[in-house]
Ligand binder design. Structure first.
Ligand code: FMN
Length: 325
């Protein structure tokens, strides 16, 4: 299992809190938030909490947005100095300001250029380079296959597919059959992503697509123990019912808050915790109340109190929710 890169969510405090669900000897891959190769060479950890990184974060695979060799090279050098074990290139982000720079999913509009961007990254590092992509600008599997084969030829070590088109953003449903078809045709590993919400979905994704790893985003923030899926020692501690699941989610939020308080200034901690709760609470009965209550918190002490009080009500966790956010 791997956590998906998510702006505002996959920062060091969330990662560290999630790592506690894995035995120390077990290694996963950990994304960063999406980092701009134009800005990264000039950013410092002190001024930019998004790039704050701690040693226990082993297996770090930072995600880079880029399309120009000098920026990509300088960014990768910096990420290697921080201990990055691989580099992921973002070819999936459909947000307007990213498209204006012609990176993110815009790169899927030009297969030859996307291939050359991958080559730039591969030339800049001896570590593996992966690419996270979408189904494309339109739903056309032949195009997607040729595009991904170009990345493979360019030296990508693996690809992650979130099978939605750029236009879909996060609407509609992810078409897992594209993951299966890509896996059948590529030589490099394929990581499957999209709409995995619970243990049964992880099984279903693995068995229906034969993908090499499952990447989970939003639901893993609500059920962080699932990062240990398939690891016997971790699975022994999985919660046994919806009430235990909810309590464990509550403890995860408090651990994320501990780490955020340690690493970041209070205003940033509050903002990021609210964002985390916004995206993870929909699996919880009355999750909207947890979100509304924590939004009232004026400082981290109140935030902690609101979380602790809410979970005294013994809420329940659901397997699935409507993923429209
Ligand atoms: C708030 C948010 C921010 C995201 N930011 C990124 C990002 O920076 N880079 C990226 O490749 N995908 C990003 N994604 C997409 C996720 O990585 C993932 O592909 C998507 O949420 C589908 O997986 P899921 O259904 O398991 O959440 C983001 C998703 C969310 C919800």
């Amino acid at each position: 299992m791997v956590l998906a890169p998510m702006v505002g969510l996959s920062h060091c405090a969330t990662r560290m809190a999630m790592q506690e669900f894995l035995p120390k000897a077990v290694k996963s891959l950990w994304p960063t938030e999406m980092l701009s190769s134009r800005r990264l060479p000039y950013q410092s950890e002190e001024q930019t909490p998004e790039i704050f990184f701690r040693d226990r974060d082993r297996g770090l695979v930072p995600q880079l947005l880029g399309n120009e060799e000098s920026f990509i090279r300088d960014s990768i050098k910096k990420l290697e100095d921080w201990g990055a074990e691989a580099i992921d290139i973002n070819m999936g982000c459909p947000v307007k300001h990213v498209l204006q720079h012609n990176y993110g999913v815009a790169l899927m509009g030009d297969g030859a250029y996307a291939k050359s961007v991958t080559e730039m990254a591969v030339r800049s590092t001896s570590r593996p380079v992966s690419v996270k992509l979408r189904a494309g600008l339109q739903s056309n599997f032949d195009f997607l296959l040729q595009f991904a084969k170009g990345l493979e030829e360019a030296g990508a070590s693996w690809v992650t597919l979130h099978p939605r088109t750029a236009e879909q953003k996060r609407r509609g449903s992810a078409d897992w059959s594209q993951i299966r078809r890509l896996k059948e045709q590529l030589k490099i590993p394929v990581v499957g992503n999209g709409d995995v919400q619970c243990k049964e979905d992880i099984h279903a994704m693995f068995s229906s697509t034969k993908c090499d790893r499952v990447m989970m985003g939003r639901a893993l923030l609500a059920k962080p123990w699932l990062v240990g899926f398939g690891v016997e020692e971790a699975e022994k501690n999985f919660p046994q019912n919806p009430s235990e699941e909810a309590q464990l989610y509550g403890r995860f939020l408090l651990r994320a808050l501990d780490f955020a308080e340690e690493f970041y200034v209070e205003s940033w901690t509050l903002r990021k915790m609210k964002f985390l709760i916004y995206h993870s609470s929909p699996w919880l009965d009355y999750g909207h109340t947890l979100y509304a209550n924590t939004c009232k918190a004026a400082d981290t002490k109140q935030m902690r109190w609101q979380i602790e009080e809410f979970f005294k009500w013994n809420p329940l966790m659901r397997d699935r929710t409507d993923l429209r956010r």
